[in-house]
Design a protein around this ligand. Sequence first.
Ligand code: ADP
Ligand code: MG
Length: 686
Amino acid sequence: MRPEILNPLFAEVDTLDGVGPKLKKPLEKLRCTRVRDIAYHWPDRFVTRRPVDNLDEAGEGEQIIVALTVTEHRAGASRRAPYRILATDSAGNVLALTFFGRSSYTAKKQLPVGEKRRVAGKLERYGDMLQMVHPDHVLTMEDAALGPMREPIYPLAEGLTQPRMASLAAQALEKLPAVPEWIEPGMLAQQKWPAWADALRSVHARDDETAKDRLAYDELLANALALQLVKADNRRKRGRPLAGDGSLRDKLQLPFPLTGAQERSIREIEGGLAQDAPMLRLLQGDVGAGKTVVALHAMLVAVEAGAQAALLAPTEILARQHYETLREMARPTGVEVALLTGRDKGRARESILMGLMDGSIQIVVGTHAIFQEAVQYRDLGLVVVDEQHRFGVSQRLQMAGKGKRPPHTLSMTATPIPRTLTLANYGEMEVSRLDELPPGRQAIDTRVVGMDRLPEVVEAVGRHLASGQQAYWVCPMVRDEEGMEKAAAEQRFAALKARFDDAVVLVHGQLDPEVKDAAMARFASGAAKLLVATTVIEVGVDVPASTLIVIEQAESFGLAQLHQLRGRVGRGSEKSVCLLLRGNQLSETGQRRLALMRETQDGFRIAEEDLELRGGGELLGTRQSGDTPFRIATLDQMQRFLDPATADAKLLMDRDAGLEGERGEAARILLYLMERDMGVRTLRGG
Ligand code: ADP
Ligand code: MG
């Protein structure tokens, strides 16, 4: 149960003065649904505002406060056009106060024609007009002049204003309870960190990096602790130890010897399966590293031990592919492999369900359908989850909490994740890495080509297709005005279609699933030769092997993404080419990213360097926002504090695994505050 002192913070936002149904929506957009969220929604900057007598004294882009007389209201020509209020300063300059959407209603009331008002906001130019869009403050002449010159600028959503947000923040800060300190005193002193409530008050009042670091550390510590709790709880659970005798694995007739990394991972998995406690293991390996064979070995261990194994895939296509590969490989063993997806109905489905119940089916491959309630297993010993990264930490921790005698789990991912992110995302798991590609793969010839050479690239693609081979052309996702994600791919498709006609197909996220499937099917069958796509080519889906990929505006992709995309080629023993088409204006990091792509094909190295590059200034969340489970900590803060936070969480658990001591109690409060409480529920009095 959540500690009572936190209740005021977890109350809904409408318990604050001034929040009615109207404000709830924009607040929700900012993910501020509870008082707590408002306290954690701090300004992203502060401005110093200058009072001026007239606009001649102010520069464009400057934050000012100026007295104006309202002269005219101009409604927009259409509903979407802005509402403009014209006003003049003491020198006769005209300023347009511009309002979009509903904010014009309040503006009309606050700025009647003929009245004098003091207005604060950013001075801009629109055509040859001076304008101020959504002024931050509109004051009557009787109002006290604006107090502090330094004002917070909060991230807003439509319908909210800076003063309103500041007032909500002030109210939320009033409600901060007195909490015991959960950070280790030595760390606190060394970093000169303020107490929790002081830190929150400070980040709303000034640009305080030290306070922000402390709050980020809170989040990292809570996450590490939650993962440790789940891990510890898992160790106490009794699962079913699975010891295989090798009898089935000996019968495999693989056309290749296993790589050293595969051998090592299989041994690690065997060790985990033999334990009493259910295994929680992550298998990381680049596309093409050979994870499937490792999964098969793991599943055969379970079957040798008399249990069943299930492989869970994120999509139907992937499930089908895994099924076919596994059935083929397992044929010499005589093991019964079945496929179960949401699409199976009637008799076929019934017979699979029977087989799982009586144990005659030993391995089942499928989508989440394999875990529906109607599906009962005689003795499920191992679950293999492909592309685990699609589940968030909290979802997974919740899954881990279920079941009295949970099966062992092996999660597989092809997304190269740097070590720190692995720790943050998968800290409750043991990790096996396939850091070696099977022999015989040729390096992919990766070249960076300027956009000015587009015609040559199209010709090269033409020659490639003429020789009977297929190719990919990837465009970044670009949003048009309506927020649709297709523009770039659509345009390129049209241009390439003019040249290659029916040989080209298009796949992107905004297409109907049927249209998309049909296009994919044409490409898969070889009827179409060139696939133009956004990044929707799903991770892990085996589209036909191809040896040429063109990535347009390559600089706008993250490194991990470029790496994944390039992994589409170079799967076989033939030579493959990856052309990175770059725009003409490359940022320094953009240049370095492309250079790194030319230099290496090692996903783990690319992931580490990507993190370095991004940590060096790019904002978290601009790309690959899903790759950390944090809302507060930035990449830079992660790099500085994840290790100490993890070490601290371990130390705390070693000393007080039940979180019952003084610091343990404080840590419980932290876990609830940071919503990482799934681990606490495994404890007494949790
Ligand atoms: P992943 O799932 O890790 O992307 P796969 O398991 O699909 O990779 O393997 C990619 C290809 O490499 C498959 O064709 C597979 O048969 C082959 N392969 C796997 N292990 C080896 C190996 N040790 N030697 C040669 N080829 C291998
Ligand atoms: Mg795979």
